[in-house]
Design a protein around this ligand. Sequence first.
Ligand SMILES: Nc1ncnc2c1ncn2[C@@H]1O[C@H](COP(=O)(O)OP(=O)(O)OP(=O)(O)O)[C@@H](O)[C@H]1O
Ligand SMILES: [Mg+2]
Length: 222
Amino acid sequence: MSILSLVDVEKIYVRGAIKVSALKKVSLEIEEGDFVAIVGPSGSGKSTLLNVIGGLDRPTSGKIILKGEDLSELSEDDLARIRMEEIGFIFQQYNLIHTMDSLENVSLPLYFAGVGKKKRLEKAKLLLEQMGLGDRLYHKPNELSGGEQQRVAIARALVNNPKIILGDEPTGNIDSQAGTMIIDILKELNMENRTIIIVTHDMEIAKKTQYIIRMRDGMIIN
Ligand SMILES: Nc1ncnc2c1ncn2[C@@H]1O[C@H](COP(=O)(O)OP(=O)(O)OP(=O)(O)O)[C@@H](O)[C@H]1O
Ligand SMILES: [Mg+2]
């Protein structure tokens, strides 16, 4: 069984008199352990697709079935729970909290999951060490390089042990050497049987995944 399937997913944004069909009846099957890159021109719907998959946004119509559960039938609370338990997000802009150091940023999702302080800090420290950041535990985001910030963000995405990792241009803001390191980390996570879906503009990055999904004008073209 697929870990994720989309059936005729549409997303229409309405702003006043202007309607944008960001996704036009997109259907897709992702198997557990897949490592996929989504590519396509700006405005083709890549971020919209990732956001509806991750439950950050709801489709206008169609079904999204994640591990057998239809996301469109879930309440906001249940959707938030699935997002927390099953999905790790990585963003182009890292989205770290600037007043918090690496340890605090990584342990924050555990706080929301109700984990006690000692356990939170232990787990966050372990993950940061695995990301090669054992000597950056008390640095704040503005004291870290782009590649380091993204590794903190990956540690944060992993802290609830999600089976699915979604990245929207995770290497978009960093140089190619740091980008290669990020992709190598994602490859290792994929080897642990995590399912990984990233959006990228960079064909060199896309080629390192198992397969490429091409989008144009709100549709998957192959
Ligand atoms: N919140 C929104 N409200 C209205 N229109 C939106 C919204 N978000 C996206 N759109 C529109 O939907 C279309 C798809 O946007 P999306 O962000 O998914 O593209 P993308 O493929 O990620 O592009 P890029 O490569 O530039 O990030 C675009 O035409 C965009 O203008
Ligand atoms: Mg985008």
